[in-house]
Design a binder for this molecule. Sequence first.
Ligand code: ADP
Ligand code: MG
Length: 245
Amino acid sequence: MIGLQGIVKQFDGNTVLHGVDLAIPEGSVTSLIGPSGSGKSTLLRCVNLLEVPERGALQLGEVSVSFTGARLPAETLQQVRRQTGMVFQNFQLFPHRTALENVMEGLVTVQKWRRAQARERAMQLLEKVGMAAKADAWPATLSGGQQQRVAIARALAPSPRVLLCDEPTSALDPTLAGEVVDVLRALAAEGMTMLMATHDLRLAAAISQQVAFLENGALVEAGTPRQLFQASTHPRTAAFVSTLA
Ligand code: ADP
Ligand code: MG
């Protein structure tokens, strides 16, 4: 179980997360929906401590962190980050590394794997996302959907406990988004724990067991896709869902 309790995040005295509580059951997918600026990306970044909350607590497997405003020890950051993988809207592959090298990179530099082993694992992951044939391609020669599939392989390389996806299909046209959705769906079916911010309610409904609606930095409601999309009793949720439907 991955848990967030009372997460408060401020930027320059401006509060953008107002005490968010969210439980993410292991082996299932949780989608975060909400208007632009509602805090979805910030909440994802609080799970891997790319942003450190001012208050609240995070549980990630055996690691529990309480946020008090004090600086976190580097060891805590490492323990948390080691258990998370992140996929970004704009892929963020290293441009001067091939697809294979992108997937190997973290294993070699952070995890200190031997290159031969890292290469073997990276090839397996490229196969999993249907990109083995492009192992030696440069990112710039790949379509957006292909780049995102490589980025997913890279995020999976260290066997994270949770995969964090920030609008993984938003930069892609529908055809290319479809190939990324297929990969995410297959991962979900294998029981990968995922927390995904998305504008795509169809994607959220298709692969999530839980959907959480965030507005103005506050969690309005969390429940099954059916509860949120068809049977919400919160007027704010219903209003938001109707704008995207
Ligand atoms: P979403 O992903 O839902 O669009 P964000 O998490 O990106 O929302 O942003 C939530 C709020 O936090 C916005 O008002 C945004 O301007 C602000 N914000 C996000 N990151 C920063 C930052 N690094 N510095 C200052 N403000 C930020
Ligand atoms: Mg965002």
